[in-house]
Design a protein around this ligand. Structure first.
Ligand code: ACO
Length: 332
């Protein structure tokens, strides 16, 4: 409370970031060789020209999303200078959970060696991290939580059809995490989330488990051109909307960190926002598309390399299956 008795504003702010990539780094050449063994043709040139991807990391069969989430979370906690016991909320964004239930967030809580705090998963595919961050921000602002761990963790290699060259070259595995804390100073300034389920079919993994069997297809399917067209339009629109909510303009953005799916979508978005391309954080070249993990992985890379500094205005953007999209504008 302020001296006048009015409630002082309460914000959420990123206290620390972390990330983790599994050890197996697979270059385009490596992948082309592996696919050639099954008679599938692709090349480094095709993948780089159409997507900007040069390599991705794949988890080993024993590594589940929570195993990638754990070291990413530990790094974020260390950077934030807080102990796991201080967390009162864990949210994991994933479309490749360890199991049907318990949630990956509960399994992560166990691996962190703590208990009692709220823990749940958010499923919004490649928009998952922005969705999870927005939920955590709202819970902190409302007073429902004080310190939150927000993670994006994926093992997309498990749902790739390695006989479909139009999708299997695009994705990778990894995890990124942030610790959010309540603050009197504004951190997250504005967020906005959207979904349009008229487009469920353009990007989906339409299988489930029933009666001990996989029913439907357990593999990712995508109409790449339809996704491409939708993505560029919604990413510009939602960015402009959160800028307006926060009373900022595109000229104020220090760093743009969009979902790392395809360099052409990312550069197209930056150009529409009239941004210099050197303010665009790019990790898709080294990570591929890691779905919900891509934004926090890119944020952590940008923080640890010294590009994103305290006080910088950062635009995070997600877009993916559902069709879902969203943005978060924050003072780092
Ligand atoms: N290697 C070599 N050739 C290929 C490959 C490959 N891996 N994949 C497709 N081709 C061929 C096709 O068969 C086709 O050949 P044809 O002309 O003889 O029929 C040709 O390349 C062109 O195929 P298109 O599908 O038209 O290629 P396009 O230029 O659209 O690029 C791509 C495909 C990269 C998928 C593009 O559409 C794209 O980036 N879309 C957005 C996808 C995306 O970002 N998805 C993720 C967002 S949401 C999320 O993250 C879940």
């Amino acid at each position: 409370m302020s001296p006048t008795g009015t409630q002082s504003p309460r914000y959420s702010r990123i206290l620390g970031t972390g990330s983790f990539l599994p050890a197996d780094r697979v270059t385009n050449q490596d992948l082309a060789q592996r696919l050639a063994a099954d008679g599938i043709e692709t090349s480094d040139e095709w993948i780089v020209e159409r997507t900007g991807i040069r390599a991705r990391h794949f988890a080993v069969p024993e590594q589940a999303s929570s195993d990638l989430a754990l070291p990413a979370s530990q790094a974020a906690l260390e950077a934030a200078g807080i102990a796991a016991e201080e967390l009162d909320l864990i949210i994991v964004a994933t479309s490749t959970p360890d199991m049907v239930f318990p949630s990956t967030a509960c399994l992560l809580q166990k691996k962190l060696g703590v208990h009692g705090c709220a823990a749940f998963d958010v499923q919004a595919v490649c928009s998952g991290f922005v969705y999870a961050l927005s939920v955590a921000d709202a819970m902190i602002k409302s007073g429902a939580a004080n310190k939150a761990l927000v993670v994006g963790a994926e093992v997309f290699s498990r749902i790739l059809d390695f006989k479909d060259r139009t999708t299997c070259v695009l994705f990778g595995d990894g995890a990124g995490a942030v610790v959010l804390g309540a603050s009197a100073e504004p951190g997250i300034l504005a967020t906005e989330l959207h979904a349009d389920a008229r487009h469920t079919d353009i990007l989906c993994t339409p299988g489930t488990v029933a009666g001990g069997q996989v029913v439907g297809s357990p593999f990712l399917k995508m109409d790449g051109q339809a996704v491409f067209k939708l993505a560029v339009g919604v990413l510009e629109k939602v960015a402009r909307s959160v800028l307006e909510k926060a009373g900022k303009t595109d000229a104020d953005i220090d760093w743009l960190i969009p979902h790392q799916a395809n360099i052409r979508i990312m550069q197209g978005t930056a150009k529409k926002l009239k941004m210099d391309l050197n303010k665009l954080i790019v990790t898709v070249d080294e990570h591929g598309n890691t779905s919900a993990a891509s934004v926090p992985l890119a944020l952590d890379a940008a923080v640890r390399s010294g590009r994103v500094q305290r006080g910088d205005l950062v635009m995070l953007e997600g877009v993916g299956g559902g069709f879902t999209w969203g943005a978060a504008l924050l003072n780092y």
